[in-house]
Design a protein around this ligand. Structure first.
Ligand code: PEP
Ligand code: MN
Length: 375
């Protein structure tokens, strides 16, 4: 059960202490407080953990600071939707809004290799009216002999260039807690010219200690990739780890599943689950067509598989597209063969716009039919 307090409830108010005193006296119930900081209001949610069956919901709803009481299932207590569409979802970050209705494109380098390529990439982003990118500094590689990323050495120029080209958010994977401090201090040295989403890669989806550390910091929102070989529910529980530690600014990313049947794609594309994640949770849903498809193969209709899969995710309501581009893919140190070319960026954006428009049209069509059915 979750008790939603009235917006902006003051912890020192009488209503708050009366409410909390009552809740603390419930037998066999543990309380967990969770704050949702929005731009306009601050929401306090009190989770009642234990046997809540015998609790009288009306009695709790009548407490002075309480706005509403929602019964929740055991799964995904904080991030879950629990059939309650009124609960706040999404978050603001660096002037942008991320929720289950918005759509943002994060096109960029899988791995930063040179300042020249990072600059070419960010320049193209600005020229095409975008304002977010991906820049991999810490790369989790299957082979210890592969390039592991330039780590903190590339951060100064990456952040400086981000400022120069008006980048608002960079999605950047971290594989160890020390990377957060490195990002933090390099950002500060550069004068905080941009924002960062800390990305948790598919290999670390169930690295619980890393999840806990990242969840404890609230400065940077989190982009959690689905685990490649675990169930959806296990991956959503990984997201819940972040939220239980205090950071509920989490975007969930579908990036394909490792199965024996994906070939010739790198992974079995799972974008049909965009609406499923939206139904089960309040998280915005990202798709990563590059790591799902893993190639620049083209269908007989002329479109790259990466374009087709992106369209499938966007037409199903995806809220973010994380995609590999590279100015010179043949020189890329990681994942060159799947990278899109800078000259393909305007085409890619326009293709997404078509799918997005089709998605919004589908919503209107659906609501017309629903209205007719109920009238
Ligand atoms: C990436 O996005 O750079 C990456 C390594 O992806 P994944 O964790 O999905 O393999
Ligand atoms: Mn990659």
């Amino acid at each position: 059960m979750v008790v939603l307090l009235q917006p902006n409830t003051d912890d020192t108010s009488e209503a708050f202490s009366k409410t909390m005193d009552h809740l603390r006296n419930l037998s066999d119930i543990r309380l967990q407080k969770h704050i949702v900081e929005g731009n306009e209001q601050r929401l306090t949610e009190i989770y009642l953990i234990g046997n809540t069956q015998k609790i009288d919901r009306a009695e709790i709803a009548a407490l002075p600071a309480v706005e509403r009481v929602v019964r929740i299932s055991q799964e995904y207590r904080i991030l879950g939707r629990h059939n309650d569409d009124e609960r706040q979802h999404g978050f603001e970050y660096n002037g942008l809004h991320f929720d289950q209705k918005s759509l943002h494109i994060f096109a960029g380098l899988c791995a930063v290799d040179t300042a020249y390529h990072a600059e070419k990439m960010m320049h193209a982003i600005q020229q095409n009216g975008l304002y977010c990118t991906r820049m991999g500094a810490y790369k989790p590689r299957t082979s210890p002999y592969s390039f592991q990323g330039y780590g903190k050495n590339c951060l100064p120029y990456v952040f400086e260039l981000a400022g120069k080209y008006g980048i608002k958010v960079i999605a950047m994977e971290v594989t160890h807690e020390s990377h957060v401090d490195e990002i933090d201090s390099c950002l500060a040295d550069a004068g905080n010219p941009t924002g960062v989403f800390l990305q948790i890669g598919t290999r670390n989806t169930q690295n619980f200690e890393l999840l806990k550390v990242l969840g404890r910091q609230k400065k940077y929102p989190l982009l959690l990739k689905r685990g490649y070989g675990i169930t959806l529910s296990e991956s959503l529980n990984a997201a819940e780890y972040l939220a239980t530690e205090g950071n509920a600014k989490v975007i969930f990313c579908l990036r394909g599943m490792k199965t024996s049947f994906s070939s010739p794609h790198r992974n079995t594309v799972d974008f049909s689950q965009v609406p499923v994640v939206k139904r089960l949770t309040r998280m915005p849903v990202c798709i990563d067509p590059s790591h799902s498809v893993g190639s620049r193969d083209r269908a007989p209709d002329g479109l790259l598989d990466v374009f087709h899969c992106t369209a499938q995710g966007v037409i199903a309501g995806a809220n973010m597209v994380l995609v590999d581009f590279h100015p010179e893919p043949q020189k890329a140190l990681v994942d060159g063969p799947q990278a899109l070319l800078l000259k393909e960026l305007p085409h890619f954006i326009e293709d997404i716009r078509i799918s997005r428009e089709a998605y919004l049209k589908r919503l209107r069509l659906n609501s017309n039919y629903q209205n007719r059915a109920t009238s």
